[in-house]
Write a protein that binds this ligand. Structure first.
Ligand code: MF3
Ligand code: CO
Ligand code: CO
Length: 331
């Protein structure tokens, strides 16, 4: 395993980890994309601020939960469009255009746009970027990994999902990281029990990640979602024994662990958004929006061809469901 992380050959790059050869730097950000007048926008679209009362517990009606299914399904369709566009040479700005247009075509608003002043319609996080990467003119390179994090505001509700995609051929260490990141999300979701605790999610994810010699980012968490982009509960992806929030049927939140090859610490670029690993090793993330049911958990952002792994199964020793050993089956 260790061998694969290093380049062979005769150049000065001997013993430079492959992952460190593709470091990302700030690129040029294109002008703000236009939202047609007929699209219903969240309040912050105008103000560039945050959300009002986002920590309030807003319980959705049965009808709103059905609408949430629709919105989350749309988010997945938009993400699918964006992931299909990934190949060497394509800029993250182009992925932004794809996401922006796909959201608008569905009658939705791309939630990141102007959320606390975020300048683009999607987050694109390449290589050592953990999250909140701003799409720019950097062409994706063969061997990169890119997380595309899509959120759509449709019918008054937000749906949120993301995937990390290989660009061309990636080295084995990066492939391993993608698998660990995906599995850690699924382990977290598998740990969700109606009347269980939020901390069970982070415990399951973190245990798995540590067993696989990677680390869990602590600064960014999953979150309640619905009428607000981010609301309670906060869903850490690490274990916090002092956290006693209960998981209740009807809750809707995201599970979105960010997993690093090296240390869990991050720094933020001068743009105020881009979070990168402090050791510049790679980071990967997958995200689902889930609904807690009476008997289990319903993944609202599941890809079309996948069947629900944990729906209505009862509690203990629930199997993990289809595990995805390679990224092809994840997309
Ligand atoms: N989609 C991200 C999440 O999973 C949040 C992005 S906020 C933005 O929570 F402002 F950067 F878009
Ligand atoms: Co997201
Ligand atoms: Co999220």
């Amino acid at each position: 395993m260790e061998q694969d992380r290093f380049t062979e050959g005769s150049q000065a790059s001997i013993n430079v980890p492959i992952a460190l050869k593709h470091l990302v730097s700030k690129g040029r950000v294109s002008p703000v994309r236009v939202i047609p007048a007929h699209i219903k926008c969240p309040d912050y679209a105008e103000t560039g601020g945050g959300e009002q009362e986002s920590s309030a517990k807003v319980k959705l009606s049965d009808q709103e939960i059905e609408q949430m299914r629709y919105t989350c399904h749309a988010a997945r369709r938009v993400l699918d469009k964006a992931t299909k566009a990934v190949r060497p040479g394509v800029t993250t700005d182009y992925l932004d255009a794809v996401v922006h247009e796909a959201c608008v075509a569905k009658g939705g608003y791309p939630s990141p746009l102007n959320y606390n002043g975020f300048p683009k319609s999607v987050c694109t996080s390449v290589n050592e970027v953990i999250c909140h990467g701003i799409p720019d003119d950097r062409p994706l390179e063969n061997g990169d990994i890119v997380n595309i994090d899509v959120t759509i505001f449709l019918n008054g509700l937000h749906g949120d999902c993301s995937e990390t995609i290989p660009v061309g051929r990636i080295d084995q260490a990066s492939q391993y990281l993608l698998t660990v990141a995906y599995e850690s999300m699924m382990r977290g979701i598998a740990a969700i029990r109606p009347n269980g605790l939020i901390r069970d999610i982070g415990r399951a994810s973190e245990t798995y990640v540590k067993e696989h010699s990677c680390s869990v980012v602590r600064a960014y968490c999953g979150h309640g979602i619905g009428k607000h982009f981010h609301s309670s509960p906060t869903v850490p992806h690490f274990y916090n024994p002092n956290e006693h929030t209960k998981i209740k049927p009807g809750m809707i939140f995201t599970v979105e662990p960010m997993i690093n090859m090296g240390v869990w610490k991050h720094t933020i670029w001068k743009d105020g958004w881009t979070a990168v690993t402090s050791d510049l090793q790679r980071s990967a993330q997958f995200e689902h929006t889930v609904l807690v049911t009476q008997s289990g958990v319903d993944i609202l952002t599941l890809p079309e061809q996948q069947s629900q792994p944990f729906l209505g199964q009862n509690n203990k020793n629930r199997p993990l469901g289809k595990s995805c050993a390679n990224s092809k089956s994840m997309v």
